[in-house]
Design a protein around this ligand. Structure first.
Ligand code: PLP
Length: 438
């Protein structure tokens, strides 16, 4: 029984929600479908802590799936939003915050010469894809199994059998024609990428990849003969006149000050990049950017239509800018040491309890797989003991630690995860590891 099941307020809210909201949630993973039980309904959050409608609090290791890198209700961010709100909620016209936010991203990420703001990561990848198709006058897009790029029709495709198959739609409502233009390959499989380009290079508009996959758990790109997978993709795509879209919605400004590009950006350049989460400081923002000649294809100057009533919203840019203002090298050093300390604590607890596990990281991001062998792709990720994870998850929740409710997600720390907060997690771990082992 989870804390929420044992009480009534969250359970009542969940039951009411299910009457008027499909499955009671506005994004599927929130329904606790893969771990079971009732999700706590949250009322407020401060620093590293979440508070629910039943008066319980939890150490948060989800961070709204990435944006809350400074912790919740961080005063300078809240103050910036309050201040912006007093000056108007939305203009639907240019405002200085958009310029400052674009300048911030352009100054951090060398391949981004121009940036356009949108309202979510999904919009960012959808628009980047449209630009890539327009620029190349080609239709086919290549993605990797286990990489998530938002709920864009063309990117909701999953692998069929074989190496370079036409994809099957990964969601009802995606047409077969859309899925036919998407080819799904196993992540990290250079031979499959080379074979596909040899056979169909002239049809491929773009390869899209998470800069470091983190939506099947964290699976960092590997080097072979001194060449990283992202660089290999850039070189292979460019040799056929295709583009590389590096999706940094999750890793951007989290894996390092320059996102994952700052971790392995040596010697290669993506043509387009996508961002979200951290750049909005907790408000709805996404962005895509890249080479000026490609971004110049966008309307009104160019033929690629893309727009948004709320894009460049002044509250969102204020939250993003206030967040960036604190994301200096010191903040990343703190995030890195917090992340390392937490990984060690989890590893120690699981090892002591005899629970097979492997922890993988990409910059300050990490995830825990409940299996012994390293995970190099989606097939590996699926071969883990999800039941052990479920027992672990519920024991942690009971002990006041809120983990991602799925074995396939990254764990997120913030600069508000102080040593005292880590102590609370340390107290919860032995019992949860024992539950996982049982
Ligand atoms: N791309 C990546 C790598 C993501 O992790 C996500 C969301 O988790 C998205 C795109 C979609 O972003 P959003 O949920 O803001 O639409």
């Amino acid at each position: 029984m989870t804390p929420a099941d044992a009480t009534t307020v969250s359970a009542d809210l969940f039951s009411r929600a299910q009457q008027v909201i499909p499955s009671g949630v506005n994004s599927p993973v929130r329904a606790f479908g893969s771990v079971g039980g009732t999700p706590p309904f949250l009322t407020s959050a401060q620093g590293a802590l979440l508070h629910d409608a039943d008066g319980r609090d939890y150490v948060d290791l989800v961070g709204s799936w990435g944006p809350m890198i400074l912790g919740h209700a961080h005063e300078p961010v809240v103050e910036a939003v309050r201040d912006a709100a007093g000056r108007g909620l939305s203009f639907g016209a240019p405002q200085s915050g958009e310029v400052a936010l674009a300048e911030e991203v352009v100054s951090r990420i060398a391949p981004v010469e121009q940036l356009r703001l949108v309202n979510s990561g999904t919009e960012a990848t959808m628009s980047a894809l449209r630009v890539a198709r327009a620029a190349t006058d080609r239709d086919v897009v290549v993605k990797f199994a286990g990489c998530y790029h938002g709920h864009v029709d063309a990117l909701l495709a999953e692998a069929g059998s074989g190496v370079a198959t036409f994809a099957m739609p990964g969601s009802a409502g995606v047409t077969a024609a859309t899925a036919r233009d998407t080819v799904v390959l196993p992540y990290g499989d250079r031979a499959a990428v080379s074979a596909l380009f040899a056979a169909r290079g002239g049809e491929i508009a773009a390869v899209i990849t998470e800069a470091a996959p983190a939506n099947m758990g964290v699976v960092p790109p590997r080097e072979e003969d001194g060449i990283g997978f992202n660089r290999f993709l850039a070189e292979t795509a460019h040799a056929s006149g295709a583009l590389l879209i590096s999706d940094e919605v999750l890793t951007g400004f989290r894996a390092s000050r320059e996102g994952y590009y700052g971790v392995d950006g040596e010697g290669w350049t993506p043509d387009l990049m996508t961002f979200g989460k951290v750049i909005g400081g907790g408000l709805p923002v996404g962005a895509f950017g890249g080479r000026k000649d490609l971004m110049g294809l966008l309307a009104p100057a160019g033929p690629v239509y893309q727009a948004g009533t709320l894009s460049g919203n002044p509250l969102a840019t204020a939250a993003g800018l206030a967040t960036f203002a604190e994301l200096d090298e010191t903040a990343y050093a703190t995030l890195a040491s917090t992340s390392r300390a937490l990984q060690q604590m989890v590893a120690d607890a699981l090892t002591t309890a005899g629970v097979p596990h492997v922890i993988q990281n990409a910059g300050t991001l990490f995830s825990v797989f409940f299996r012994e062998q390293p995970v190099t792709g989606y097939d590996d990720a699926k071969m883990q003991d999800t039941e052990a994870f479920t027992r672990f998850f519920h024991a942690m929740l009971d002990a006041g630690v809120y983990l991602p409710p799925s074995a396939f997600e990254a764990w997120f720390v913030s600069t508000a995860h102080t040593p005292e907060v880590l102590d609370r997690i340390a107290d919860a771990l032995p019992g949860a590891a024992k539950a996982a082992a049982s």
